[in-house]
Structures are given as structure tokens and as C-alpha cells.
Design a binder for this molecule. Structure first.
Ligand SMILES: [Zn+2]
Length: 416
């Protein structure tokens, strides 16, 4: 399934959600949101009547909780049924295109651990689809993504075959974070707060896969425990915190919560990880500017309340619920001076898009950047391709600054 198609789906979903929550007068006749027959038909009769009934019931519960009802918000679901699988599928129901992914995730579906079971159940209740993208542009790194419409997409199975299960748990947690409204899109927060939001959501998502592997390790399966340099700091933190908690008498689940919190903090300390998500933040802001959808800050914050929801695997199992301190993201950003200069320049572009280039705020920000000799002042963000396969947005902006040979033109109204 192409990204373009997914984007169209998301837009359609947003429009449809807006439509279903907009009316203030009740319709004259209470119509069911959808029916078992509709669901069966939409699935091309891939689902069994029992599965369709289960979806209807879960969607109804979610709808009453104010959560997205993907059954009605996803517009054209045929592509998903044809190319993806769901967590309650029987082997025979899995379409050809999703077989490799399914075979690699199936052991997790069939497993029973404190970490994986509630997440797989959530995937069933929320009607998540697991999709696969076989072709990836040459040079791109593999990726996996949850698009906030309940679709998890994976590419590059060869690369991730051994960890497809845990990275899928990562994406399922993101879907839960979506339910918990932890995603803010293109603004409303300060850039520092946007960075905090990204770091917190990603550090939390890095944990369930490791907790799951730790639980398997406790049962004697050491194949994917402390084997990977990038994940080892998380693994060590999880193991230490778990055993400490067990020694003082905590239950397996409580000890896992402590372990998860330790893993969350450990995930956040990794330098390469910090850099890559700062790169992503820059890519997202550039993308928002190009689509003309950047929003001004409105005083809302990503704070402790959100942080404490970021690691909610289920109401009974939340490894961030006891976090007392907001991670010091400014300190992280300070260690990446080039990213910091870039974000400073992007703030100017945000002011341009939200308040206007003829505003006092804009002129003041422009003068500040000029005084600081910000190297990005004057580059054209429309030249930055945020999904370029060879160079990320960060690298392209550095290249654009180097190409910029003339001094930046002051804003039109600067002398007025
Ligand atoms: Zn993630």
C-alpha cells in the first residue's frame, strides 16, 4: 500500500470523524454505525460472522469511550483487507502479501506474557491492521509506522525478521498513545515541548518489546536478550530494576512496571537515538511548513499527565504511571547545537505561517537570527524533500545553507 493511499485514508478518516461528532441535534432515527453484514461485505467476506460481530461490539465500546471508531472512519478498507492481517486472523485468512509479516508476528500473538497479551488484545479490540510494504525506495532505511488510523505498516522484513515481533509491540503502544491523545501534530506546543512529546512517546514505545523479551528470557529463551548494542542499555536497566523490585517483594507485574520505567529512562539517554528523533522532529516541522499546516503555540503543554500515560500498556499495567520528573529535553537539545540553530530558524518560519511575515514578531525573530548569524536564514524550505531516500531533512538543510551564497534579504517591512 503506497504512502499516498494511506494519506488519503487519514484525511478521509479525519473528515468522517469530524462529521460524526459535529451534529448537536440527534438524528431523527438512531441508525447503527454499521452492521455485521456491512463489515462482512467490506472485508470481501474474509472475516467470519463471529469476527464481524466482535468488531461491531468492540467498536461500539470504543465509540462510547470517545475513542476513534476505525470501522466507520476508515473510508476505503478494501486495500487493508487485501494486503494486511489482523490479530485475530486464522492462518488461512491472511492475504498473500502479509504472510511473511504474519508468520513473524504469530509467535507473539500466540504467546502469553504480561507485556504482549494486553497489547495484542488491544490490537484486536481497536481493529488494528498490520500491513507490509515490500518495495522501499533504494537507500531508505527500513521503517515501521502507525498512522493513527489503526494501521501498522512494516517494510524490510529481511532486516527486521528477528525483531518484527517487538517492533510491532512498539507500534501497538503508539496506537494506544493515540487513543490517549498524546499526539499533537503540527503545533500548539513549543518546539521544545514537541521534542519532549516525541522523546517521551518514543522512549515509552522502545520499552514493551524489551519487556517482552525480558519475560521470555525469564522463561529461559535468551535468543534476543542483551544481544544488541543499541538495546543493551535498556536491557540492563530492565533487568536490574526488575530483580531489585522482586527482592523487596513486589509482584511480577509491579516489578515489570519498575523495570519498564528504568528502561524508559535508559532509552532516552542514548545519543544516537536522541539525534535521530531530533532529525525526525525537524523533518516533521519542515513537512508541516510545506503543507502550510503549522500551528502557533496555544499554551498547551506536554507534561507529567501525558508522560504518565505514554507507557500505559493497559489500565493495570503502566510503566510510566509513577514518573515524577519531566525529562530535561532542553539539556538534550543543547547538546545538538546545529539542530538548535535549525529549530531557531524553523521558529521564524512558523511565525511566518501563523502570524505573518509582516508582523512585529516576525521582524524581531528575523533580527535575532541575523544577529546570531543563523546559517539557515534565507534558505527555501520548499527545496527540502522530507522523504528523500538518500539524505534526511537535517542534512539537506545543511546543504541548502552552504549553497546559499547571497546574504539573506531582510523582511519587506523591516525598515518601516
Ligand atoms: Zn516509534
Amino acid at each position: 500500500m503506497s504512502r499516498k493511499i494511506k494519506k488519503i485514508f487519514s484525511l478521509a478518516a479525519a473528515a468522517s470523524l469530524a462529521a460524526c461528532t459535529g451534529g448537536s441535534t440527534p438524528p431523527p432515527e438512531e441508525k447503527p454505525l454499521t452492521s455485521v453484514e456491512d463489515i462482512l461485505k467490506n472485508s470481501g467476506y474474509r472475516l467470519t460472522p463471529m469476527q464481524a460481530e466482535f468488531r461491531l461490539k468492540s467498536a461500539d465500546i470504543r465509540h462510547r469511550m470517545g475513542l476513534p471508531n476505525y470501522l466507520i472512519s476508515r473510508k476505503d478498507v478494501k486495500g487493508y483487507y487485501d494486503g494486511c492481517f489482523q490479530a485475530d486472523y486464522d492462518e488461512k485468512q491472511v492475504p498473500q502479501k502479509a504472510r511473511v509479516y504474519y508468520r513473524n508476528f504469530k509467535p507473539v500473538i500466540n504467546d502469553d506474557t504480561a507485556t504482549s497479551t494486553p497489547l495484542v488484545n488491544f490490537a484486536r479490540n481497536a481493529d488494528l491492521f498490520f500491513c507490509t510494504e515490500t518495495e522501499s525506495p533504494k537507500g531508505t532505511v527500513a521503517y515501521w509506522v502507525n498512522d493513527h488510523n489503526g494501521i501498522v505498516t512494516f517494510n524490510d522484513h529481511l532486516h527486521y525478521r528477528s525483531s518484527i515481533g517487538e517492533t510491532t509491540l512498539h507500534e501497538i503502544l503508539h496506537a494506544r498513545q493515540s487513543d490517549n491523545r498524546l499526539v499533537n501534530g503540527y503545533g500548539l506546543l513549543s518546539f521544545e515541548n514537541m521534542a519532549l512529546s516525541k522523546y517521551v512517546r518514543e522512549a515509552a514505545a522502545a520499552v514493551p518489546g524489551r519487556l517482552y523479551m525480558f519475560e521470555r528470557h525469564l522463561r529461559g529463551d535468551a535468543t534476543n536478550w542483551k544481544k544488541n548494542d543499541y538495546k543493551r542499555p535498556i536491557d540492563n536497566a530492565i533487568e536490574d530494576a526488575y530483580h531489585t523490585a522482586r527482592i523487596i517483594g513486589l509482584s511480577h507485574l509491579k516489578a515489570l512496571e519498575n523495570a519498564g520505567e528504568a528502561g524508559f529512562h535508559a532509552a532516552m539517554t542514548r545519543k544516537g537515538w536522541q539525534r535521530s528523533y531530533l532529525n525526525n522532529l525537524i523533518r516533521d516541522i519542515v513537512g508541516g511548513y510545506k503543507k502550510n499546516v503549522l500551528q502557533a503555540e496555544n499554551g498547551s503543554v506536554f507534561g507529567l499527565t501525558q508522560i504518565r500515560l505514554s507507557g500505559e500498556i493497559s489500565p493495570d499495567f503502566n510503566f510510566t504511571r509513577s514518573i515524577r520528573q519531566i525529562p530535561d529535553v532542553q539539556k538534550i537539545i543543547d547538546e545538538f547545537p546545529e539542530h538548535k540553530r535549525m529549530l531557531d530558524f524553523l521558529e521564524l518560519k512558523r511565525i511566518e505561517q501563523t502570524i505573518g511575515a509582516d508582523s512585529r514578531d516576525y521582524r524581531k525573530k528575523w533580527a535575532d537570527l541575523r544577529r546570531d548569524q543563523n546559517p539557515y536564514l534565507g534558505i527555501n524550505l520548499h527545496e527540502i524533500k522530507q522523504d528523500d531516500s538518500e539524505h534526511n531533512a537535517f542534512d539537506q538543510m545543511i546543504a541548502a545553507a552552504a549553497r546559499r551564497d547571497t546574504a539573506p534579504k531582510p523582511p519587506r517591512a523591516a525598515g518601516a
